[in-house]
Design a protein around this ligand. Structure first.
Ligand code: CAA
Length: 261
C-alpha cells in the first residue's frame, strides 16, 4: 500500500483497517500534514470494499498530545479564520461511514482527546490520560471537544475539565462512559480494538452502515424524530438481500453468508 510519513497503515485481520499515528518525537502532535495523511488513509479504507471497520491508535506513551502548538503559536485571527484552521479535521468523520474504533494509550490531550472522541467506539488502557488543556494555552477546544465531551460525560464534568484544564483519568473515563472499555495494558487495548473491529467485519456491511447511521442520528435529533428515522432505516433493510439471508439462516439454524447486498 501507500506509505506515509506520520502513519503506519496495515490490515491486521480480514476486513480490519489499522492506522497507527507515528510521530513519536512530538508525542503524535497533530500537525496539518499528519491530519492530511490521516484523512487520506481513512478515505482509502472507506473506499476499499474489503475493509469493514477501522482501528485508530497511537503509541503506548501518547495517542496524541494535541494539535501542534508550535505550528499554531504564530497564527493570527485573520489567518486562522481565513484558512478555516482545523476545518480539515472535520473531514475525518463526516465522510467516514465505516465504524471507527479509537484505541487510546497514554496521552489524549486537546486535539488528541477530540480525535479520540471522533471514534464511534472508544477504548483505552488503564494508564490513558484524557483532557482538554486548551485553557492553559489561552484558547478553547477547537476540534469539537466542547460539544463531544459534554455529550459524552455531561455538562458539569465537561465544564470542570475544560475550565480547569485538569486531566481525566482512564478510571474516570470508564466510569463516566467516555470510553466503552478500559483494558489493563496498551497491548490488550489495541488487541481488543482489533478484535471488536473483526467482529463487526463479520456482519453484513449494509447492516453495519445502517447501525452506525441510526446511532449517530441520536446525537443530532430529538428522540421522536430519531426513532422515526430509525424506523425508516429499519424498514428499508427489508429491501436488502442480507436481511433475507440473516433471518433465513436463523430460521434454518445455519450460519449466514453475507453478500453485502
Ligand atoms: N504540540 C507540539 N509539540 C508537542 C505537543 C503539542 N501539542 N505535545 C508535545 N510536544 C512535543 C514537545 O514540545 C517535545 O518536543 P521537544 O522534544 O522538541 O521539546 C516532545 O513533544 C515531547 O514532549 P514533552 O517533553 O513535553 O513530554 P513530557 O512527557 O514531559 O510531557 C505532555 C507530555 C504532558 C503531554 C506534554 O508534552 C504536554 O503538555 N503537551 C501539550 C498538551 C497540550 O496542551 N495539548 C493541547 C494542544 S492545543 C489543541 O489541541 C487545540 C485544539 O483543540 C485543536
Amino acid at each position: 500500500g501507500k506509505s506515509y510519513e506520520y502513519l503506519n497503515v496495515s490490515t491486521p485481520r480480514p476486513g480490519v483497517g489499522f492506522i497507527q499515528l507515528n510521530r513519536p518525537k512530538a508525542l503524535n502532535a497533530l500537525c496539518t500534514p499528519l491530519i492530511l495523511e490521516l484523512n487520506s488513509a481513512l478515505r482509502a479504507f472507506q473506499s476499499d470494499n474489503a475493509i469493514s471497520a477501522i482501528v485508530l491508535t497511537g503509541s503506548e506513551k501518547a495517542f496524541a498530545a494535541g494539535a501542534d502548538i508550535k505550528e499554531m503559536k504564530d497564527l493570527t485571527f485573520a489567518n486562522a479564520y481565513g484558512a478555516d484552521f482545523i476545518e480539515s479535521w472535520s473531514d475525518l468523520v463526516s465522510f467516514l461511514k465505516k465504524p471507527l474504533i479509537t484505541a487510546v494509550n497514554g496521552y489524549a490531550l486537546g486535539g488528541g482527546c477530540e480525535l479520540a472522541m471522533m471514534g464511534d467506539i472508544l477504548y483505552c488502557s488503564s494508564g490513558a490520560v484524557f483532557g482538554q488543556p486548551e485553557i492553559k494555552l489561552g484558547v478553547v477546544p477547537g476540534a469539537g471537544g466542547s460539544q463531544r465531551l459534554t455529550k459524552a460525560i455531561g455538562k458539569s464534568r465537561a465544564m470542570e475539565a475544560i475550565l480547569t484544564g485538569d486531566n481525566i483519568s482512564a478510571k474516570q473515563a470508564g466510569e463516566w462512559g467516555l470510553v466503552a472499555k478500559v483494558f489493563d495494558s496498551p497491548q490488550e487495548c489495541v488487541d481488543g480494538a482489533v478484535k471488536t473491529a473483526e467482529k463487526i467485519a463479520g456482519y453484513s456491511q449494509i447492516a453495519v452502515k445502517a447501525a452506525k447511521e441510526v446511532v449517530n442520528k441520536s446525537q443530532d435529533l430529538g428522540i421522536r424524530e430519531g426513532v422515526e428515522f430509525e424506523r425508516r432505516v429499519f424498514h428499508g433493510l427489508f429491501g436488502s438481500k442480507d436481511q433475507k439471508i440473516g433471518m433465513g439462516a436463523f430460521a434454518a439454524k445455519q450460519k449466514p453468508e453475507w453478500t453485502n447486498e
